[in-house]
Design a protein around this ligand. Structure first.
Ligand code: ATP
Ligand code: MG
Length: 388
C-alpha cells in the first residue's frame, strides 16, 4: 500500500494577503521536521499540505505523530494512493479503507475531480467506490444525509487519493510566525506549559534558566536541559540559556529584608531576562505564573514584578488551576520530568514568611542598597548557551 498524508491548515487560511508567507513557513517547518524520516515531497493546495513519501518509510505512524505536533495544522488524514483508474481505486478502498470503518454503522463517499479529463463524474466515482466498500464491509449502510463517517476520493494530477477519518493536530500558528519571546524556564510544571501555549500562537521561544551553584546542583540543571529538550519537539532549533544567579541572590540575602527576598529576586530575573530579550531581538517575556499560586504570585507581587522592565510579559497560565496545567503538561510530555525532585533557585532561599502584599516603595528602598546595574550586567555577561 502506498500512503500520503494530508494535513489541513488551521487559522492561516484566514490570513488574507499574508497567507503565502505563513504557508511557506509551515512548508519549511514540515520539511525540517521530516528530515530524519526519509525523503518526502511536501506541497500545498487549497489549505491542505500534501506529504508524500518518496521512498519506503519505516514507520508511518511516527511520521503522522510528528506532523500532528507541528503548529499550524488542525487535522490530519492518511490517504491511500491509487492509480488513476476506477478499478484500482475500488481495490484500494476495499483493501485499505474498509478496515478503518469497522467501528461505524453508516458512511458515504464524497468525490472530487481536479483532473477533469478523468472519464467519470464525481457522483459516478462515489457510487463505484462506495459499492466496493459495501462489498468489503457488509455491516455498513450508506447514509448520504447524516453518515457516521465520510470517505473522500480525490482524483488529482498525479494519482487518486482515498481517505476516511481524521486525527486532531496541534492547531495554532506556524512556529516563529508571531515573533520571538524569552521564556523564564524553571524546572517546574508551569513554565514548560507556558512555553507550549505561547509557541502554539507562533512565538519562537528563547528559554532562560536561572541557576544557583552550589545551592542548586548539576542534576537540577540536567533536569532543566531535559525539559528544554522535550520542548524542542515543538520548538525546533531552540537553545537553552543559563544565568548564574548566585551572586545576585547572595547580595539580596545580605542586604535586603528577608520577607521581601522573593519579589526582589523575581525583579532581578526580569531585568536579566529583559537584557536577553534585547540582545536576542525578542519582543516579549513569558512566565509560568498563575494567580495566587504562591506568595510571589498575588496580584500585588505580580504587579511589582511586572513594573520592573518595560516589556510585555505573557503569563498564559495566569487563570489556570494547577490540575489544568498538569493536564497540558502530561499531554506535551513534560510532567514526568517536571516532578523530579531537584531544587530550584527560587526555593533555596525562600523566606519563612514572604510578604504577600508588598509595596513598591519598600521594595525600591531595599533595592537601593544594591548596585543593580553592575549585578545585572555581570549575570548577563556570563550566560551559558547550551545546544539541546
Ligand atoms: P513552574 O512555575 O515552572 O512550575 P514553580 O511553580 O516552581 O515552577 P514559581 O516559583 O511558581 O515556579 O515561579 C514562577 C515562574 O517564574 C515560573 O513559571 C518561571 O517562569 C519563573 N521561574 C521560576 N524559577 C525560575 C528559574 N530558576 N529560572 C527561570 N525561570 C524561573
Ligand atoms: Mg509555578
Amino acid at each position: 500500500m502506498k500512503e500520503i498524508i494530508l494535513a489541513k491548515c488551521g487559522e492561516i487560511v484566514l490570513k488574507g494577503l499574508n497567507r503565502r508567507h505563513f504557508e511557506s513557513m509551515l512548508l519549511r517547518q514540515t520539511r525540517g521536521a521530516l528530515k530524519r524520516y526519509g525523503e518526502f515531497d511536501v506541497t500545498t493546495k487549497q489549505s491542505t499540505v500534501y506529504i508524500e513519501p518518496l521512498e519506503e518509510v519505516a514507520d508511518m505512524d511516527e511520521v503522522v505523530d510528528k506532523i500532528s505536533r507541528i503548529f499550524g495544522f488542525v487535522k490530519i488524514s492518511r490517504a491511500v494512493v491509487a492509480d488513476k483508474n476506477i478499478e484500482d481505486m475500488k481495490a484500494q478502498a476495499a483493501a485499505h479503507i474498509a478496515p478503518r470503518l469497522a467501528g461505524y454503522k453508516t458512511f458515504k463517499v464524497e468525490s472530487k475531480r481536479s483532473d477533469k479529463r478523468f472519464p467519470m463524474t464525481s457522483l459516478e466515482i462515489s457510487r463505484e467506490v462506495g459499492g466496493a466498500i459495501l462489498s468489503a464491509c457488509p455491516h455498513l449502510r450508506v447514509d448520504v444525509h447524516n453518515p457516521d463517517i465520510i470517505v473522500h476520493a480525490e482524483v488529482r494530477e498525479a494519482a487518486a487519493y482515498i481517505h476516511a477519518g481524521q486525527i486532531d493536530a496541534a492547531g495554532g500558528m506556524p512556529y516563529g510566525s508571531a515573533g520571538k519571546g524569552v521564556l523564564l524556564l524553571s524546572g517546574g510544571i508551569d513554565s514548560p506549559v507556558a512555553a507550549h501555549m505561547i509557541a502554539k500562537r507562533g512565538v519562537q521561544i528563547v528559554p532562560l534558566h536561572f541557576f544557583s551553584p552550589p545551592y542548586t546542583g548539576e542534576r537540577a540543571k540536567m533536569k532543566v536541559i531535559k525539559l528544554a529538550q522535550i520542548l524542542t519537539d515543538f520548538c525546533p532549533g531552540m537553545r537553552l540559556r543559563v544565568v548564574h544567579f548566585t551572586e545576585i541572590q547572595k547580595a539580596i540575602l545580605e542586604n535586603c529584608r528577608e520577607e521581601l527576598f522573593t519579589v526582589i529576586m523575581r525583579r532581578f530575573m526580569m531585568r536579566v531576562a529583559y537584557a536577553v530579550m534585547k540582545s536576542t531581538k525578542a519582543e516579549c517575556l513569558i512566565t509560568g505564573e498563575s494567580l495566587g499560586q504562591v506568595a510571589s504570585q498575588t496580584l500585588q507581587a505580580i504587579g511589582i514584578t511586572d513594573a520592573t522592565v518595560p516589556a510585555v510579559t505573557l503569563r498564559p497560565c495566569i487563570g489556570m488551576d494547577k490540575d489544568e496545567i498538569v493536564k497540558i503538561s502530561r499531554k506535551i510530555g513534560t510532567f514526568e520530568t517536571s516532578i523530579e525532585p531537584y531544587e530550584d533557585c527560587c526555593t533555596v532561599f525562600t523566606p519563612k514568611h514572604p510578604k504577600t502584599r508588598p509595596f513598591i516603595d519598600e521594595i525600591e528602598r531595599e533595592e537601593a542598597k544594591l548596585d543593580i546595574d553592575v549585578l545585572v550586567q555581570r549575570a548577563t555577561e556570563n550566560i551559558e548557551i547550551i545546544d539541546l
